[in-house]
Design a protein around this ligand. Structure first.
Ligand SMILES: Cc1cc2nc3c(=O)[nH]c(=O)nc-3n(C[C@H](O)[C@H](O)[C@H](O)COP(=O)(O)OP(=O)(O)OC[C@H]3O[C@@H](n4cnc5c(N)ncnc54)[C@H](O)[C@@H]3O)c2cc1C
Length: 481
């Protein structure tokens, strides 16, 4: 391995191959569920350097097929399924894309921008805004996650019901293949039916098929007004009813519909006492709605008020507030985005990122809540998520007074089975937006169809027969390397 490390130092410079000292920023996952050991953290500065690093590793693996060498692509390391950190073998290289952080171009007429994979999402949003546009991908980790990671995981976030997932916001990619070739696919084309859609193979592959080094992204005109409302709803059925009304009243202007359970909001109130959480004490759920209007603020406000009036009349909302200004709107979003952080402060819990059709959501929650309460009396549910997309972070916290680590150790398998079986029974997915990583590899075998899994394995084998790229993530492989 020393000869490989020397070669990598020649490619990227000695200072950019880290092997000693405190490497936990790269080797420990965001939730602190796993701490791996890296052979090295390698930090190339260009696509060409990435390609040379991959070629060196592929060639080493050809000569030493039993070396266990693997490459783990990493962006901001904010992933939630332990996909961007190395395993404990000490034989995997973390390939950090953070130095590839240039916005290459903005094409105003084509409504696109081309950015390198290590660009921080928030920087991309800001650069789009500076050019007079809106890049609508938005998630609570946007200050540190990268476009490469967003595309690697096909990230969702809060604007999916209007703009789709990261996949839907991407028109082209530049990728370094597992052989170290560079695929130049940075077209800004909205139409291109010339065979298989390679871009969509790499998006969501979690670094198992190649390394995304740059992307051409879609831009949208900035809306004239973005208004936010916060509504107290008595039940999940009522939240689904409100969503239906919001679609009717706001049409394409509905850009966000977030659901938050009472216990989840209680955690925010407890751990972030500078945030005043409205209306949560008397209602089972609160909903955060966003109306992005192309006409005017007056129009947006009247649309939102007529929606809330109808919802109050129909009884699916018991009380509501509309943010008066941007600061108030930002505070409401901050409350929503603080839920994962408040949970982290409360201690370990069993996380789920599930989706079911919106029409099945109320039944899923009622049945699964009841099953869990019966199996583990006193269990607490931190329910929140992107209800507009049928996506819920259905997280399970230990009963009051129980040690969280013991709860996790003793109950995780049982809780997962209850939740995932219910997801399957309701026609859903066990991972709506966070991906599979290494945390859900074994679950996937049970909850994805054998035909789908075999097709995925065939793709992996065809593109990465050495299993160099992020081994052990997404798929358990039956082929040898
Ligand atoms: C507070 C918080 C809130 C979050 N909210 C959301 C949310 O609302 N929606 C959502 O979808 N996710 C959410 N996430 C999860 C996470 O932020 C996203 O998955 C994000 O897209 C990961 O980006 P990253 O740059 O940190 O990627 P990393 O964590 O570094 O990597 C994630 C995966 O992508 C691969 N990868 C990274 N870069 C590349 C590349 N250049 N080419 C190929 N593969 C690559 C890695 O190998 C790994 O498998 C949240 C996370 C946190 C901490």
């Amino acid at each position: 391995m020393q000869t490989l490390l020397s070669e990598l130092k020649t490619i990227v410079g000695s200072a950019q191959v880290l092997t000693e000292g405190e490497l936990s920023a790269w080797t420990q996952d965001w939730r602190k569920r796993s701490r791996g050991k890296a052979l090295a953290v390698v930090r190339p500065a260009s696509t060409d350097e990435v390609a040379q690093v991959v070629r060196a590793c592929a060639s080493f693996l050809t000569q030493h097929p039993d070396s266990g060498l693997g490459i783990v692509p990493q962006g901001g390391n904010t992933g939630l399924v332990v996909g961007s950190t190395p395993d404990e073998s000490g034989r995997q290289i973390v390939l950090s894309l953070q130095r590839l952080n240039t916005v290459r171009s903005v094409d105003v007429a084509n409504l696109t921008m081309t950015v390198e994979a290590g660009c921080i999402l928030q920087t991309v949003q800001e650069q789009a805004q500076a050019a007079g546009f809106w890049f609508p991908l938005s998630l609570a980790a946007e200050g540190s996650c990268t476009i490469g990671g967003n595309l690697g995981t096909n990230a969702g976030g809060t604007q999916v019901l209007r703009f789709g997932n990261a996949r839907d916001l991407c028109l082209g990619l530049e990728v370094v293949t597992p052989q170290g070739d560079i695929w130049q696919g940075l077209s800004g084309l909205r139409k291109d039916n010339t065979g298989y859609d390679l871009k969509n193979l790499y998006i969501g592959a979690e670094g198992t098929l190649g390394i995304i080094t740059a992307a051409t992204l879609k831009l949208y005109p900035q809306p004239k007004a973005r208004l936010t409302a916060w509504a107290a709803v008595p039940s999940m059925e009522a939240a689904v009813q409100l969503l239906g009304l919001a679609h009717q009243h706001l049409g394409a202007s509905l850009t966000g519909f977030e659901l938050m359970g009472q216990f989840a909001l209680g955690l925010v109130a407890r751990h972030f006492d500078h945030l005043r959480v409205p209306l949560f004490q008397e209602s089972a759920f609160c909903v955060l709605l966003e109306n992005a209007d192309a006409e005017s603020e007056t129009h947006a406000r009247s649309q939102l008020e007529s929606l809330l009036e109808a919802a109050l009349t129909e009884g699916c909302v018991s009380d509501a507030v509309v943010a008066e200004n941007l600061t108030q709107a930002q505070t409401l979003w901050q409350i929503r985005e603080s839920i994962p952080l408040a949970q982290a402060q409360e201690g370990l819990n069993i996380k789920h990122d599930i989706s079911v059709p919106v029409s099945a959501m109320a039944d899923f929650v009622a049945r699964t809540d009841a099953q869990l309460a019966q199996a583990i009396p006193g269990v607490r549910l931190v329910n929140f998520g992107h209800l507009g997309d049928g996506n819920l972070h259905y997280n399970v916290q230990a009963p009051v007074g129980q040690d969280a680590a013991v709860f996790l150790r003793e109950q995780e398998a049982r809780v997962n089975q209850i939740v995932f079986d219910a997801v399957l029974a309701h026609g859903g997915s066990i991972s709506a937006e966070h991906g599979v990583g290494s945390l859900k590899v074994d679950h996937l075998v049970h909850y994805k169809s054998p035909v789908a899994l075999n097709t995925m394995r065939a793709i992996k084998q065809a593109l990465d027969p050495q299993n160099l790229m992020n081994p052990g993530r997404v798929l358990r492989l039956s082929f040898k390397r």
